[in-house]
Design a protein around this ligand. Sequence first.
Ligand code: SAM
Ligand code: 2KA
Ligand code: SF4
Ligand code: MG
Length: 210
Amino acid sequence: MSYAVKELFLTLQGEGVRSGRRAVFVRFAGCNLWSGREQDRASAVCRFCDTDFVGTDGDGGGKFPDAAALAAAVSDCWGAEAAERYVVLTGGEPMLQVDDALVDALHDAGFEIAIESNGTLAAHPGIDWVCISPKAGSEVVQRSGDELKLVWPQAGTDVDALEEWEFANFLVQPMDSEAGEENTRTAIALVLERPRWRLTLQSHKMLGLR
Ligand SMILES: C[S@@+](CC[C@H](N)C(=O)[O-])C[C@H]1O[C@@H](n2cnc3c(N)ncnc32)[C@H](O)[C@@H]1O
Ligand SMILES: Nc1nc2[nH]cc(C(=O)O)c2c(=O)[nH]1
Ligand code: SF4
Ligand SMILES: [Mg+2]
């Protein structure tokens, strides 16, 4: 299978439990909860997306003809260091494209594989670190993993129901929007009410990283 990748870059994981870790990010093109076009945002299932995932024209992006080609690009981007090789598959929605061949090729290249997914498609069982970020109004089928990252606030979210899901970590991330500061305050209030949850901030945005 070929893969449509918007951009591919080296940075630090900015979000979640593994925030601060050196990682290659592969941002797959396309999402099943929004077309990515501004004129469709108001009618999309997911309306707060902070990301351009349309097309393959970003830095390091392109159409990769097969898993070996994409794994080679990830490896080149990481560099020679053999230890702690770490790749984050994101998007758009990565589970629209991630398959056995890609998971095997990345593992063969020595990478630990993380995913950032909206959870509407089952995560590939070979992925080593599963982060699911549920979207109100969508049907989440992937209800287990390493971290559940709830962007807050989202009207229509049943937080009690989310707490029944099988995640090792429950994180709340303020929604980046015009109401950003208020969103941070309400996220803090959620954590103060519910000790099981922890606050995570999008540190890459504060640090000027991608
Ligand atoms: C762009 S999404 C791509 C992966 C996948 N489609 C998903 O939604 O999880 C990457 C992460 O950014 C989060 N995110 C998107 N827009 C955001 C915003 N405006 N504020 C805070 N987090 C946001 C998502 O919830 C997700 O955890
Ligand atoms: N530095 C950095 N960390 C991230 N963690 C999750 C991201 C994403 O867009 O999936 C992201 C991102 O876009 N940049
Ligand atoms: S599901 Fe993820 S990529 Fe898709 S629109 Fe929402 S935040 Fe953006
Ligand atoms: Mg991002």
